[in-house]
Design a protein. Structure first.
Length: 504
């Protein structure tokens, strides 16, 4: 407890520098940039902070946390972190590992009873906790958001996992970002610690680090200032319910988030995590894994990392309806940068982060973030050309499908459509064809998207759908997911379904 108190003091005392600046650095341009964006109604508010060498050297907030009631954002205002929740969840898992309550190299199913994986491409016993941490378990892309002003009730986590907790890819072969995997980690944290996920974060992370304005889902303190969420037109959003808590449901203030970032830069021994354990989170690479997203980027244990213009950076961002966030570390320079918005505008949060990076490190020019930077047009791999036949598995129904990848650059998906029913077809499925757009390849990862539909009870059939194809190529076979996405102004879901194709 004494060591925890030392860390607490080391991180909280710099927090009292709110509003003060390092006089050798000029933040006026970024302040103007943010204020101009707020005037143009690109975002309701922005909160930012920069720390270096264990000190918060700049911290500020702009705009309204609550437009309707003219409540201004400040350094204590809590924002939903969205996917920056993941490094916090990963830190909690590493604390359990540090306390020898779990072993990150042990089988995940050892800790998740009564939940079980559903096997398709891998043996469930092969999935370790570390595979969940670095998105290599084989689980697919998933999210489900429900809105309080709409009469739709979503699944709780257990129900969702029993539906979609399938191992779509070979374990340890491809890094496929999975909210469901981090939802499972928060379930494991609760299962093994004897505390709720929220209670564990409070006692093991928030309290020791002095993160007094941080919470999960709902604040315990009714007087806490929480930023309301707004859509891209700055229209107030209702309460949004997300069933993968450990993937996106932590709220935090800018002064708290920068403290969390500072903790991940510490070099001294402590009772929370050792520097060696933190270093593992920032540097873990599985040499057998394809890391297809971003530009020469790896996903460690809850963090992205790469080399950027001569600097090694560690970061995570978050984005959802009503929230855009960024936490960036430059470990060799002992720098942490945090950005929060209460609307969805990741391009803007990235731009702010890049400008802050260049201010605190003159001469550093961050490369623009591009999720598909390493992908090429599918024509770069002629072994894809031809006809691939197989099935899509949707709730017990195997649907025949054919993917035509043509040498002229066109791609066509053919399948039986069970969602179109009429008197003339006697309710039988009809053949359907869709042009697949943006077919791209990165090593053995093939992606594309087409307008279509699937006969799932979870898919809202009153909306149009897009199908995101994510396949892993292994010689003459491709396996993976078709992810159903609602084509709507609001984000509703990403539901993964298994697909297996063989080249003819």
């Amino acid at each position: 407890m004494k060591k925890k108190l030392i860390i607490l003091l080391a991180l909280i005392i710099p927090g009292y520098l709110n509003g003060q600046q390092n006089n050798s650095l000029d933040f006026s341009k970024i302040e103007h940039f943010i204020k101009e964006a707020i005037e143009k109604e690109e975002t309701p508010s922005v909160a930012i902070a920069v720390a270096k060498d264990g000190m918060i050297i700049y911290q500020n907030a702009f705009g309204y946390a609550d437009i309707e009631n003219k409540i201004e954002a400040n350094s204590s205002t809590a924002y939903q972190l969205a996917s920056i929740t993941k490094p916090i969840t990963a830190t909690a898992v590493m604390i359990l590992n540090h306390q020898k309550i779990i072993d990150i190299y042990s089988q995940a199913e050892k800790y998740m009873d009564p939940l079980q994986f559903k096997a398709t491409e891998t043996n469930p016993s092969d999935v370790k906790i570390i595979n969940l941490l670095n998105h290599t378990s084989g689980l697919g892309t998933y999210f489900q958001l429900n809105y309080a002003d709409e009469p739709f009730e979503g699944d709780d986590f257990k129900t969702a996992f029993n539906k979609y907790g399938k191992l779509f890819y070979p374990v340890g072969r491809i890094c496929e970002y999975s909210n469901l995997g981090y939802g499972l980690l928060d379930y494991i944290i609760s299962n093994q610690s004897g505390k709720s996920y929220a209670q564990f974060l409070q006692t093991e992370i928030f309290n020791p680090l002095g993160m007094n304005n941080s919470f999960v889902n709902n604040p315990d303190n009714p007087g806490l200032s929480v930023a309301k969420k707004y859509d891209k037109n700055l229209k107030l959003l209702p309460e949004i319910i997300n069933n993968t808590t450990g993937a996106g449901n932590v709220y935090s203030s800018i002064q708290d988030l920068i403290k969390f970032g500072m903790f991940h830069l510490i070099s001294q021994e402590n009772d929370i995590l050792s520097p060696k354990e933190v270093d593992l989170m920032h540097n873990y690479i599985d040499p057998d894994v394809i890391y297809p997203y971003y530009d020469s980027t790896y996903y460690g244990l809850g963090w992205y990392f790469k080399n950027d213009d001569g600097y090694r950076i560690v970061w995570h961002e978050g984005g959802m309806m009503g929230a855009s966030t960024m936490l960036k570390l430059i470990p060799d320079e002992n720098i942490a940068i945090a950005v929060m918005l209460n609307t969805s505008n990741q391009a803007f949060s990235r731009a702010i982060t890049d400008q802050l990076s260049s201010i605190v490190l003159p001469g550093y020019n961050p490369k623009p973030t591009n999720e598909i930077a390493n992908y090429k047009q599918h024509t770069a791999d002629t072994s894809l050309y031809g006809t691939w036949k197989g099935t899509m598995s949707v709730e017990g129904l195997d649907i025949p499908c054919t993917l035509h990848i043509n040498s002229d650059g066109t791609i066509m998906m053919e399948y039986l459509d069970y969602t179109y029913k009429s008197y003339f077809t006697n309710d039988n499925p009809i053949p359907n064809k869709s042009i697949l757009l943006n077919g791209m390849i990165n090593k053995n990862s093939f992606i594309g998207m087409y307008p279509g539909n699937l006969p799932s009870e979870d898919i809202r059939q009153e909306m149009s759908q897009f199908m995101s194809l994510k396949l892993f190529k292994d010689n003459n076979n491709m396996t993976g997911t078709i992810v159903a996405l609602a084509a709507a102004d609001r984000e509703y879901y990403a539901y993964p379904f298994y697909i297996k194709l063989e080249k003819q």
